[in-house]
Ligand binder design. Structure first.
Ligand SMILES: Cc1cc2nc3c(=O)[nH]c(=O)nc-3n(C[C@H](O)[C@H](O)[C@H](O)COP(=O)(O)O)c2cc1C
Ligand SMILES: O=C(O)C(=O)c1ccccc1
Length: 338
């Protein structure tokens, strides 16, 4: 475990630590994500006169200072009283993007009020009218894209949570963005009957870019492009859904080939070092998302802990790019990964 994770563990209620750290089943996929990155080796280029680096990256008209986004994760107030608003403050200072979870514990309006660039994540909701309500609210709050998580037709089996009897937020916490038109908090719906027609309905209900999160098969990546999706996140939900699913960096190359530059491809799961980001970029990802390390930063140090995590990723990526002979993220090429 990293020193930061140790500090987070010491700060957290053990049941909440298990919720944040854990995965589905026997956590094979959770481990596989990190292991697959660890196995990759970078093949540097030399004497390329790299000079000053420029890590900035554009996505859907927003300029990010680096190709690193905050992944949507539930329940930030269980990690630290500053909650999602605290995380967003750090994201604003680091000038990147926060994807706000549908299971956030603070109102999306308070999160965007920090000045952070925000995308809103939603689980496709079976009740169309309610989903439209949530989408309109995210739009009105100033969210710049919708991230639709498609790897959760049912909720994953998290054995640690079952053992601990953790299945809901404690009293005094709610999913503030699950309120309906009357202000009542709904349960998040998971629905295995939903198909591509659901994406069509969403497409018709918003002008925001739609990013599908949780695609691992190249055939689904091709279908997503055909169905008018604007971006993809190659993800196995940090090993919290299908235990046994392919590691994300192993799935990435085939998806990049299938998409063939038509829409941006992002990836998350097991990104722990600047070298992991460089590998993902070289294999064709436009950017990566970070899940657990952000929660560890929040739990251990509040908003400034999140800032430290983001700045450590920036510093490491800059260093790796220089050593690998790349002035920009887009200079890295697939032949630089072994
Ligand atoms: C505690 C926790 C909560 C999560 N909540 C959500 C969520 O609400 N929506 C979602 O799409 N993904 C959720 N995820 C998955 C993350 O967005 C992301 O795919 C994953 O954490 C990336 O892997 P990493 O933690 O290894 O960086 C969650 C992950 C964790 C660890
Ligand atoms: O998606 C998740 O991984 C997750 O932990 C979660 C928890 C509660 C509500 C929604 C998602």
């Amino acid at each position: 475990m990293t020193a930061l994770a140790e500090r987070a563990r010491a700060a957290l209620d053990p049941v909440h630590w298990d919720f944040f750290a854990g995965g589905a089943g026997e956590e094979r996929t959770l481990r596989a994500n990190e292991e697959a990155f660890s196995r990759r080796r970078i093949v540097p280029r030399v004497l390329r006169g790299v000079g000053d680096r420029d890590l900035s990256t554009e996505l859907f008209g927003t300029r990010l200072s680096m190709p690193v986004l905050v992944a949507p994760t539930a329940f930030h107030r269980l990690a630290h009283p500053a909650g999602e608003v605290g995380t967003a403050g750090a994201v604003a200072a680091s000038d990147t993007v926060m994807v706000v979870s549908m299971a956030a514990t603070q109102p999306v309006e308070d999160i965007t009020a920090t000045g952070a660039a925000v995308w809103f994540q939603l689980y496709p909701q079976p009740d169309d009218e309610f989903q439209r309500h949530v989408v309109k609210r995210a739009e009105a709050a100033g969210c710049r894209a919708l991230v639709v998580t498609v790897d959760s037709p049912v909720f994953g089996r998290r054995e640690r949570d079952r053992r601990n009897g953790f299945d809901d937020l404690p009293d005094g916490y709610t999913c503030e963005n699950m309120r309906d038109g009357e202000g009542r908090v709904r349960e998040i719906g998971f629905d295995p009957t939903l198909g591509w027609e659901h994406v069509h309905r969403l497409r018709a209900s918003t002008g925001l870019p739609i990013v599908l999160k949780g695609v691992l098969h190249p055939a689904d990546a091709r279908l997503a492009v055909e169905h008018g999706v604007d971006g993809l996140i190659v993800s196995n939900h940090g090993g919290r859904q299908l235990d046994g699913a392919i590691a994300t960096v192993d799935a990435l190359p085939a998806i990049v080939r299938a998409v063939d530059g038509r829409i941006p491809v992002l990836v998350d799961g097991g990104v722990r070092r600047g070298a992991d980001i460089a590998v993902a970029l070289a294999l064709g990802a436009t950017a990566v998302l970070i899940g657990r390390p952000i929660i560890w930063g929040l739990a251990a140090g509040g908003p400034s802990g999140v800032r430290d995590v983001l700045e450590a990723f920036r510093d490491e990526l800059d260093h790796v790019l220089t050593l690998a002979g790349a002035a920009r993220p887009s200079d890295l090429t697939a032949d630089q990964v072994a």
